[in-house]
Design a protein around this ligand. Structure first.
Ligand SMILES: [Zn+2]
Length: 342
């Protein structure tokens, strides 16, 4: 029998300090060439073993082989010039210098497929692989070719579908698309955002997820959160459309956030990855705090559809803190499992 409340992480985990500078987003690699390839694989294996030891049921790669959850994927595509940069506004929040789309985009080779095969070889547990979603991808680029956010999103959806199909064939059980942009561009989400995600999962037999969050605990995000008021109702805009969609799992943040739990009601019928670990603080949750969040969520999602998780990625956290949080997630989940069984 499958375990009830299978635990997972939303995304990234800290990298070992011999691989990349710790506690930093976009942290540069500390090795190069063959050494770097070998070190990435070592880190992947280590991350897997640490997740298993912490009792995490759905294993991810901890994004050990990528520098950034969006950029690393785009770097593997043709049609994008990383030397030619323009300044654009990311998620309507902060300015960044970004690469330029100068020609038709295409996936000329697999991006993460070899890494996924490697992870599959080394664990019997369910594995989940995260890819950036189309809307979040276009939001990190200057488009001088299509000159249409929607057109570029559809192109990326096709490319993501190619990668997803090969990840599925490599033995990935759940493919997740990260769409923090869904919490910002509500009209686009409803006009074409969810539709492009459905294009990205076309023909897949494995489970599919979308992760929508309020981002890493970096300053631009925490400043933005301060402007959102006492109740964060952003999910209200995308959930009705997602409830109708073909995606199986919705991943959202709940721990220490101002998201009213009742919004989960809007995706009734879907599996819900409930963020019960705050990634914007080094404070490690107690198992009781994790259990309390999960129990609140259980008012709106059936126990067989709840997946305890983290709010977002933990890449910028100190490694020991992230590890402590994984253990807290498992221990807190165990409290709720026992209560449900008893
Ligand atoms: Zn996130």
């Amino acid at each position: 029998m499958k375990k009830i409340l299978p635990t997972s992480t939303a995304g990234s985990l800290p990298k070992p300090s011999w691989l990349a500078e710790p506690e930093k987003l976009w942290s540069p690699w500390r090795l190069e060439g063959e050494e770097l390839l070998e070190a990435k694989r070592d880190a992947l294996l280590l991350s897997l073993k640490e997740q298993e030891a912490a009792g995490i049921d759905i294993i991810s790669d901890g994004e050990q082989t990528r520098q950034h959850f969006v950029t690393t994927f785009i770097e593997h595509l043709s049609g994008v010039d990383f030397e030619k940069r323009e300044t654009v506004r990311i998620r309507d929040r902060y300015d960044a210098s970004v690469p330029t789309v100068y020609d038709a985009v295409a996936r000329t080779k697999p991006v993460f497929v070899e890494d996924a095969k490697f992870l599959r070889q080394h664990t019997d547990r369910v594995i989940k692989w995260a890819l950036p979603g189309p809307m979040t991808m276009i939001d990190t680029l200057y488009d001088a070719h299509y000159k249409s956010r929607e057109k570029l999103a559809w192109e990326f959806a096709k490319i993501l579908n190619e990668e997803a199909k090969e990840l599925e064939a490599a033995g990935v059980d759940i493919i997740q698309f990260d769409e923090p942009a869904f919490n910002v561009f509500f009209d686009d989400v409803n006009d074409w955002g969810v539709a492009t995600l459905e294009r990205a999962i076309e023909g897949l037999k494995c489970e599919t997820a979308v992760h929508i969050c309020y981002g890493y605990g970096i300053k631009a995000n925490t400043d933005w959160k301060k402007t959102l008021g006492s109740e964060w109702r952003q999910y209200e805009e995308s959930f009705p459309k997602l409830q109708q969609s073909k995606l199986d799992i919705i991943s959202l943040e709940c721990q220490n956030s101002h998201v009213p739990m009742v919004l989960i009601e809007l995706i009734r019928g879907k599996k819900v990855m409930v963020g019960a670990i705050d990634v914007a603080t080094n404070q490690i949750e107690t198992p009781e705090e994790v259990a309390a969040t999960l129990k609140k969520a259980l008012q709106f999602v059936d126990a067989d559809k709840l997946l305890p998780s983290t709010n977002c990625g933990m890449a910028p956290l100190p490694r020991e803190v992230a590890k402590g949080k994984l253990y807290a997630l498992s221990a807190g989940t165990e409290i709720v499992r026992k209560e449900l069984a008893g």
